[in-house]
Design a protein around this ligand. Structure first.
Ligand code: HEM
Length: 398
């Protein structure tokens, strides 16, 4: 791996130290106020220091014109400038609804240069904080050192890594074929990975503090402008694994207009490797479609019974995780506290930008696709999964 430039290393060190200290101090100031959503006019000297120190690093990197040191270095600097811009947004030193372009032209230029060279959106995305966030002596990049932020990032990362494992396992079934007697080990691996996702979601549900998450962590994930354009915030979906599972199982389809739009919208928030994986997946026949084709002729064969049974268990676990995300995490940590805010406080509450009810409806569609729910208004696989269930012996008496 190519070494980082001196300027890149200095910026990285600043992001991992002073930047974290200043954000943490500011969060503790806001959180101690009667109105925790009141950010403007609070902690101004700290905000100015954060803005100016970051600016010095950005200007040095911009002058160096440095994106030529390999993927890891460019990706790391994009993450750092993204965290810096995300913090400026969080502390209301910029707000896309008040401005037509970012008031930080140097940071914007650096981010645009890096984003274009990498083939990614010019802002930080979840990969920068999760699966590509390299720990140094046990410490990873973060906005603050609040325990709730670490809990949130770490459990998100564990969930993402587990969904990637599930995607890897299902991908290998594509290669050996869904009728293969050895598919059993890969279905088992997928089930184990999805049980882990459920476990990590549970831990967030039970351990994350609702108020701290809502007031001190989530605000860093708001949309902000880079140059003229506004980019949606990061969310834990900024990786291909979950969509690979959607498509390989067959619960979501790439030719469904709602789902295809979602894939297009998230493409640039993923690393180039994930973009390629997702594109490849879009050309495959799903395991569900393969099993349905085999059903009439081979439904009684042992391999069909075993593999269709295991496939259904994978779908059930995946659906359970999707339900837990929406009915548990989103409800408890977003919908609940948002219900207590007035309109001003609600502005910019979600990472993607649309008003909360619109976002919630859209997330509900995803949940129901993954649950293969009995809905007539969207194209779920309810009927097809039902057909498969009735064909599997263990289910016939139910
Ligand atoms: C406190 C915990 C969590 C909350 C409150 C939460 C909330 C949300 C919200 C509101 C969105 C919509 C994006 C937006 O804000 O505009 C979203 C998207 C997403 N989240 Fe979470 N999330 C949490 C944890 C997780 C975890 C642990 C995972 C597992 C990897 C996860 C996976 C996803 C995915 C994949 C998406 C993209 C939409 C989708 O494909 O379902 N989230 N989340």
């Amino acid at each position: 791996m190519a070494p980082m430039s001196r300027h890149a290393e200095a910026f990285e060190r600043w992001i991992r130290t002073s930047f974290v200290q200043m954000n943490t101090e500011l969060e503790n100031l806001y959180f101690g106020k009667e109105n925790r959503a009141q950010v403007i006019g609070c902690g101004d000297p700290i905000k100015a220091r954060l803005r100016d120190e970051g600016h010095t690093h950005v200007v040095a990197l911009l002058a160096e014109g440095n994106t030529g040191e390999g993927f890891d270095s460019a990706y790391g600097v994009l993450g750092s400038v993204g965290l810096y811009m995300g913090a400026l947004r969080r502390h209301e030193l910029t707000n896309p609804s008040r401005e037509e372009r970012s008031p930080f032209p140097e940071a914007s230029s650096l981010a645009l240069h890096l984003g274009a060279s990498l083939g990614m959106a010019p802002r930080f995305s979840t990969g920068h904080l999760a699966m590509h966030n390299k720990a140094r002596a046990g410490v990873r990049k973060s906005f603050t050192s609040l325990p709730d932020e670490f809990l949130f990032i770490d459990e998100n990362t564990r969930g993402i890594l587990s969904l990637q494992r599930a995607a890897d396992a299902l991908t290998s079934i594509v290669h050996i074929g869904v009728s293969s007697p050895v598919a059993d080990v890969m279905f088992d691996a997928a089930k184990q990975a999805l049980r882990d996702v459920i476990r990590f979601n549970d831990r967030l549900m039970n351990q994350l503090d609702v108020e701290r998450f809502f007031y001190s962590v989530r605000p860093y994930y708001k949309p902000y402008r880079v140059g003229r354009q506004e980019y949606r915030g990061a969310n834990a979906g900024d990786f291909s694994g979950i969509n690979e599972v959607d498509l390989l199982l067959g619960l979501c389809r790439a030719n469904d207009p709602y789902y295809a739009q979602l894939l297009v919208d998230k493409m640039l928030f993923m690393s180039p490797v994930d973009q390629a994986r997702l594109r490849d997946c879009m050309t495959r026949t799903s395991l569900l479609d393969e099993l349905l084709v085999l059903l009439d002729e081979h439904g009684e064969a042992d391999w069909f019974q075993n593999n269709a049974g295991a496939f259904l268990e994978v779908c059930d676990l995946f659906g359970q995780g999707a339900k837990q995300h929406h009915d548990g995490l989103v409800r408890r940590f977003i919908e609940g506290p948002a219900a207590k805010l007035n309109e001003d406080g609600l502005e910019g509450i979600t990472a993607s930008g649309p008003p909360l009810p619109v976002l919630l409806r859209s997330l509900e569609v995803l949940r129901d696709l993954r649950l293969a729910a009995d809905r007539r208004d969207i194209a779920t696989r309810h009927a097809d999964l039902g057909k498969l269930r009735r064909a599997v012996r263990g289910n016939r008496s139910k």
